[in-house]
Write a protein that binds this ligand. Structure first.
Ligand SMILES: [Fe+2]
Length: 346
């Protein structure tokens, strides 16, 4: 796809923006990758922005369609089934079927250019009974998007997907009563739980077809930039790129999913937590890229407010991603400067 500069007055709803649109003061108003809707077009006109860079196809603006939503959902469903099968085989003493993981990473990669649909698909899923399998697949999809936003080449994105699919395989050997304990873990139980990254690593260590960075990501996905992670307390540049990507995808999904022992928070609360607690814990450059790009893709999703009002997200300001604008009937709810909360997103 090439790019073209178009007059805002000639842009249609659904057109994809290819470069950040900035105000005259240099503030990013609409981030690249955003899909234009009527709200954004009106605000650009209000701000006096006359033209913007968009993707084009044969000289025409390229518009996003939801046609490939079915493809994303199909890949997701198949990935969950295959991961379930692989983990069952492993837990009953079988060998890891790595060919299936490679095939699966290629299947997942098929959704690489559908960020909007991937995020819509993953946000629509709440299945705590199947958490172990869905979590691995969620992490694989989110990690793929982060790797794409970092502009990694295809082969590396596929390896990142493999690392996402495999990152928690060590959990097959952790007793269920610890894995799904409905309360806080005792120190001794936490110690056993934290062994899953080492167990996972040792189960793939001698697998010749798995590349070293993928093995390292499985081993170190709980390491943190400030040295607070495990098993080795690595810091900063001791942690490899795939690990840094998987760590953000893993925590993002873990925060937002319901578990037997806790209710998941909304993605907007997760963004807030990343912006406060995440600084220093995660690689700051990757965290910024993740937050900026993921927020863009929440436009078009549905929400429920704390008072029961329903609405659709029409704009997520890049400078305040935790305060989206919501279309409620024919009026807008602007969350900036208010304590109003979103309680559900899908
Ligand atoms: Fe883990």
């Amino acid at each position: 796809m090439s790019r073209t500069r178009m007059l805002v007055s000639q842009c249609e709803v659904g057109t994809i923006i290819v470069e950040d649109v900035k105000s005259y003061q240099g503030i990013t108003l609409v981030a690249k990758g955003s899909v234009l809707n009527q709200y954004i077009l009106d605000r650009l006109t209000d701000r006096g922005i006359s033209s913007i860079w968009v993707y084009s196809l044969d000289g025409l603006a390229s518009r996003v369609t939801l046609a490939n939503m079915e493809q994303v959902e199909g890949s997701y469903t198949e990935a969950v089934l295959v991961v379930k099968q692989i983990l069952h085989e492993l837990s009953s003493g079988g060998k890891l079927n790595y060919h299936k993981i490679i095939q699966l990473s290629e299947l997942v990669y098929g959704s690489v250019n559908s960020s909007l649909n991937v995020i819509k698909c993953l946000n629509g899923i709440r299945d705590k009974d199947e958490y172990t399998y869905t979590h691995c697949v969620h992490v694989a999809f989110y990690s793929m998007l982060i790797a794409k936003w970092l502009a990694l080449p295809k082969e590396e994105i596929e390896e990142v997907i493999q690392a996402g699919l495999l990152h928690d395989i060590g959990k097959v050997l952790i007793p269920d009563e610890i894995l799904n304990k409905p309360g806080k873990l005792l120190e001794s139980e936490l110690d056993i739980m934290q062994r899953h990254s080492l167990i996972g690593y040792f189960s793939i260590k001698n697998e010749m077809e798995i590349t070293q960075p993928v093995k390292e990501a499985v081993l170190s996905h709980h390491e943190r930039a400030d040295g607070s992670g495990y098993p080795y307390g690595l810091t900063g540049e001791e942690i490899n790129l795939y690990t840094k990507i998987i760590a953000i995808a893993d925590v993002s999904d873990a925060m937002t999913q319901d578990r037997v022992y806790k209710k998941g928070v909304t993605p907007f609360v997760a963004f807030e937590m990343f912006q406060t607690l995440g600084i220093g814990t995660f690689d700051i450059r990757i965290l910024k890229i993740f937050l900026k790009n993921i927020a863009v893709n929440f436009t078009g999703l549905n929400v429920i407010m704390e008072n029961g009002e329903h609405g659709e997200i029409v704009y997520v300001p890049p400078y305040e991603i935790t305060k989206p604008i919501i279309l409620n009937g024919s009026s807008f709810i602007d969350l900036s400067g208010t304590d109003r909360r979103i309680v559900s997103v899908w």
